[in-house]
Design a protein around this ligand. Structure first.
Ligand SMILES: Nc1nc2c(c(=O)[nH]1)N[C@H]1C(S)=C(S)[C@@H](COP(=O)(O)O)O[C@H]1N2
Ligand SMILES: [Mo]
Length: 262
C-alpha cells in the first residue's frame, strides 16, 4: 500500500522498529526491566474495559473502551516520544483526540485540570505488589493541555491494536512532554479544580514536576537533558524544546517560568 500523506501533526522521521517499540518499555506495573513488560503483560486481559469519567463534568459516565472507539474513530499520528531517561522513539499511534471526549462530557466552568488514573489490580498487574511506586499510577494535565489537538488517547500502534506493554487498551499520549506523562491502562478520567497529584512527582518531587515539558535547558538532577539517544541510532542528537512541538504548544505556557514549573 502507498503510505498515506503526512498530516500537520506527523513527523516524517524514520519510525522506530516494531521490535524496539514493543520490547523496550517502561511500565512498572509489569516490572522494572525494559524487557519485562513485553513478557509480564503478555496475558493481561484488556476486555471488558470500562473508563470512568467523573468529577466536574455535566455528564459523568462509565464508558466501555469499544464504545469510545465507535464514537471517536482512531486516526494515525506519527509522534516523537522522549523519555525523561534521555532516549526517544518515533511512534505511529492510532488514537483519537482527548479533546473530542472532553467536549462530549461537558466539563463545568470550575474544571481546570484533568486527572488520569491507571488500573489498580495487583492480581493482574504484579508490579503493584511491590512499593517501588505508589499505586495506582496517576497523571494529570491542565485542561487546556488536555484539549490541545496533539493530545491523544491511543488504542493502536503501527496500524495494529495497542500491545499490552504499550498500555492497552487505552493510553494517553502527550508528545511534547516526557514519556512518563503518557499514562498507560487508563481506567479513570476525573475533572478537578486543583492540580492533581502525579506519580513521579509524588515519588521524587525534586526530580519530576507536574508540567514535565521536554526542555533541553533544564537538566534532571542526575543527568543532562540536552541530548538524547534515538533508539536504533548510535550517535546522540540534540533534544528540542517541547520535543520539537514548540510551534504548536509553546503559547500554552506564555508568561510561565518553565524552570520553576518543570
Ligand atoms: N501506567 C503506567 N504508565 C506509564 C508508565 C508506567 O510505568 N505505568 N511509564 C511511563 C514512561 S516512564 C514512559 S517513557 C512511557 C513508555 O511508553 P512505551 O513503553 O509505549 O514506549 O510510558 C509511561 N506510562
Ligand atoms: Mo519515561
Amino acid at each position: 500500500a502507498r503510505p498515506r500523506p503526512l498530516g500537520p501533526y506527523d513527523t516524517s522521521e524514520p519510525i522506530t522498529p516494531w521490535r524496539d517499540a514493543t520490547t523496550y518499555n517502561n511500565y512498572y506495573e509489569f516490572g522494572l526491566g525494559k524487557d519485562d513488560p513485553a513478557r509480564e503483560a503478555a496475558d493481561f486481559r484488556t476486555r471488558p474495559w470500562t473508563v470512568v469519567v467523573d468529577g466536574l463534568v455535566r455528564r459523568p459516565q462509565r464508558i466501555d473502551v469499544d464504545t469510545l472507539t465507535r464514537w471517536f474513530p482512531p486516526e494515525e499520528r506519527i509522534y516523537r516520544m522522549r523519555c525523561v531517561e534521555a532516549w526517544s522513539m518515533v511512534m505511529p499511534w492510532s488514537g483519537f483526540e482527548l479533546g473530542a471526549l472532553i467536549r462530549r462530557v461537558e466539563p463545568l466552568s470550575t474544571a481546570r485540570y484533568v486527572a488520569f488514573t491507571a488500573l489498580h489490580d495487583p492480581e493482574r498487574m504484579p508490579g503493584q505488589l511491590s512499593d517501588v511506586l505508589p499505586w495506582p499510577y496517576v497523571e494529570g494535565l491542565r485542561l487546556d493541555e488536555a484539549l490541545h489537538p496533539l493530545t491523544l488517547l491511543a488504542t493502536g500502534l503501527q496500524g495494529r491494536p495497542l500491545p499490552n506493554q504499550n498500555g492497552a487498551p487505552l493510553r494517553l499520549v502527550v508528545p511534547w512532554k516526557y514519556g512518563f506523562k503518557s499514562i498507560k491502562a487508563v481506567a479513570r478520567i476525573t475533572f478537578t479544580r486543583e492540580m492533581p497529584p502525579t506519580t513521579w512527582s509524588l515519588a521524587a518531587p525534586d526530580e519530576y514536576g507536574f508540567y514535565a515539558n521536554v526542555n533541553p535547558a533544564v537538566d534532571h538532577p542526575r543527568w543532562s537533558q540536552a541530548t538524547e539517544r534515538r533508539i536504533g541510532d548510535f550517535a546522540r542528537r540534540p533534544t528540542l524544546p517541547f520535543n520539537g512541538y514548540a510551534d504548536q504548544v509553546a503559547s500554552l505556557y506564555a508568561g510561565m517560568d518553565l524552570r520553576r514549573n518543570f
